[in-house]
Design a protein. Structure first.
Length: 257
């Protein structure tokens, strides 16, 4: 059976691909950097003897996602899992980032994730087996995040979208969950412009986050928060009054700027 991993060229997606290959999944690796995907593909094919399709593409181009599912159908690949992981953020005062950047973020974190899910559901409905979707959201999707306002809002979309789909579909055929990591070691922070050397919270590794995601891929839980510190943060976000949560989050985010 195949698993699709978007954003497999680095960080959480790369580690997720490694774990899936170790667990005998064939893989469809998606990201823009072909060299990185090829390198990972060679490593995993020789280590685990799995089949791998490298699909280097910009997911924000709608036609690319349509082509991806057409290729899957044409090649008659049996796909069971979709890990919608590709995403990026920006850590700035809202007006200090160009709108183009936000537009690209919304296209990747929201539009392409939605299109991938749509294509996958259509594919699974036409197949005789079940499908599992794990959408990589963030603890940033569980409460508003000052200085990452658009990013946090895109991840709140992912959480809401995933919760709605998990209620809409029969879990025996299609299961959905949202993985909500906290700060994780990856290229994410350099791209977002965050200074994480002085992180106010402990950071998990991408491998730890991916392992947690994989272990819970088929669980009945819809929201998956890896690590004790992140679970505690998510809990405080739920129980404390919203203005206090915003004040604390703002203070923490200021440490990262
Ligand atoms: N790191 C954290 O602290 C953290 C915390 C919570 C949630 N997350 C979420 O975890 C997910 C993975 O992030 P990460 O931490 O692993 O960061 P990362 O190392 O920067 O990985 C991001 C991945 O997305 C791919 N990507 C970016 N733009 C793309 C595009 N237009 N088309 C196709 N692929 C694209 C990148 O590959 P190419 O550049 O090769 O395209 C890369 O493989 C993201 O959704 C992020 O929001 C991260």
């Amino acid at each position: 059976m195949y698993a699709i991993v978007t954003g497999a060229s680095s960080g959480i997606g790369e580690e997720y691909a490694r774990i899936l290959a170790r667990n005998r999944y064939d893989l469809i690796l998606v990201a823009r950097r072909k060299d990185k995907l090829k390198q990972l593909s060679e490593e995993l094919k020789s280590a685990h003897g799995v089949e791998i399709e490298v699909m280097d593409m910009d997911l924000t181009v709608m036609k690319n996602v349509t082509d991806l599912f057409n290729k899957i159908k044409k090649k008659k690949l049996d796909v069971e899992v979709l890990v919608n992981n590709a995403g990026f953020g920006a850590n700035t005062i809202f007006s200090e980032t160009e709108f183009d950047q936000y537009n690209a973020m919304i296209k990747l974190n929201i539009t392409s994730l939605t299109q991938m899910t749509h294509g996958f559901i259509e594919y699974i409905e036409g197949s005789s087996h079940s499908g599992y979707v794990q959408n990589v959201a963030s603890v940033a999707g569980l409460a508003p995040v000052p200085y990452m306002s658009v990013y946090g809002a895109t991840k709140a979309y992912v959480v809401s979208f995933t919760q709605a789909l998990s209620a809409e579909y029969d879990r025996a055929k299609l299961s959905f969950n949202a993985l909500c990591p906290g700060m994780t070691i990856s290229e994410f922070h350099e791209i977002a412009g965050s200074k994480v050397d002085d992180s106010p919270v402990p950071m998990m590794t991408s491998a730890e986050v991916a392992q947690f995601g994989y272990e819970n891929l088929k669980s009945n839980k819809t929201i998956l928060v890896p690590g004790f510190a992140n679970k505690f943060t998510a809990f405080l976000g739920r129980v404390l009054p919203k203005p206090i949560v915003l004040k604390i989050t703002k203070m923490m985010m200021e440490r990262l700027r």
